[in-house]
Design a protein around this ligand. Structure first.
Ligand code: SAM
Length: 233
């Protein structure tokens, strides 16, 4: 082999090595992009579900049981008009209420749950009588609703009592699921255990508020300390 041929051969093999390195670094870039993109997507999906745990009052997504939804509909069977589920989760209470004739709305902090609820309402044919809003319950006004449903946690109920008492029309009814309001006197209850719901009449709790009359919580009224935190059932 001549010297020139040797030079050409070495240039060719150098070129092949460089090309191999380039394609490897391209592959590395693509892999980094895919891993990075997946992590960002995972964060975007998971963050709204984890965020409630970082708030002062932790209200996680725990869907109502079928029996709980049935109890809510049962205590509201003679009612009509507007209804709001505060913290509407996957929209099951709103959709079930719309099927019973209510103009039903859901307020929910988690945008994924709101988009899913809208899709489910559309699939179940109640999109015209439902609406779902990405909204913080503490910043919303409830003045326009005649029926209110809340599946909250004990830590938020005293603050919510004051907010609802000052905003709701006197014709409104409030249904609390799993955890009752601390000072309001319920007009009825339905179901048992974790499926219990309490019904409150706005006229009663508003006049109690104005006259300074509130229920003294007796030991039996207080939720069992073991069930005070929300657990997935
Ligand atoms: C216990 S789940 C109840 C879900 C639904 N109401 C049901 O009964 O199936 C409470 C919901 O409230 C939502 N949430 C938490 N903090 C909120 C806030 N500040 N404003 C609005 N929604 C909130 C959570 O994302 C969760 O979906």
């Amino acid at each position: 082999m001549s010297q020139q041929e040797l030079l050409l051969d070495s240039e060719r093999s150098n070129g092949a090595v460089t090309e191999k390195r380039r394609s490897r670094s391209r592959l590395g870039l693509v892999a980094t992009g895919v891993v990075g993109g997946s992590l960002v997507a995972l964060y975007a999906v998971a963050a709204p579900f984890v965020a409630p745990a970082l708030r002062k009052v932790c209200l996680p997504f725990v869907p109502a049981t079928t029996a709980q939804v049935g109890n809510v509909l049962n205590v509201l069977r003679t009612r009509s008009g507007t209804l709001v589920d505060i913290g509407s989760g996957d929209g099951r209470i709103v959709i079930a209420a719309a099927k019973c004739g209510f103009q039903a709305s859901g307020l929910e902090l988690n945008p994924w749950l709101v988009w899913y609820s809208r899709y489910k309402a559309w699939r179940e044919g109640v999109h015209r009588s439902t609406s779902f809003h990405i909204s913080d319950l503490w910043k919303a006004s409830f003045a326009q609703y005649s029926n209110v449903v809340i599946f909250g946690v004990p830590q938020m109920m005293d603050q919510l009592e004051l907010k609802l008492a000052s905003e709701l029309p006197s014709s409104a009814k409030v249904v609390a699921c799993r955890f009752p309001f601390p000072t309001w006197v319920p007009e009825s209850t339905e179901g048992e255990g974790i499926d219990t719901v309490w019904v409150y009449d706005a006229k009663t709790f508003q006049s109690d508020l104005h006259s300074g009359k509130t229920r003294n919580m007796s030991l039996e009224d207080k939720p069992d300390p073991h069930t005070r935190s929300l657990s997935v059932s």
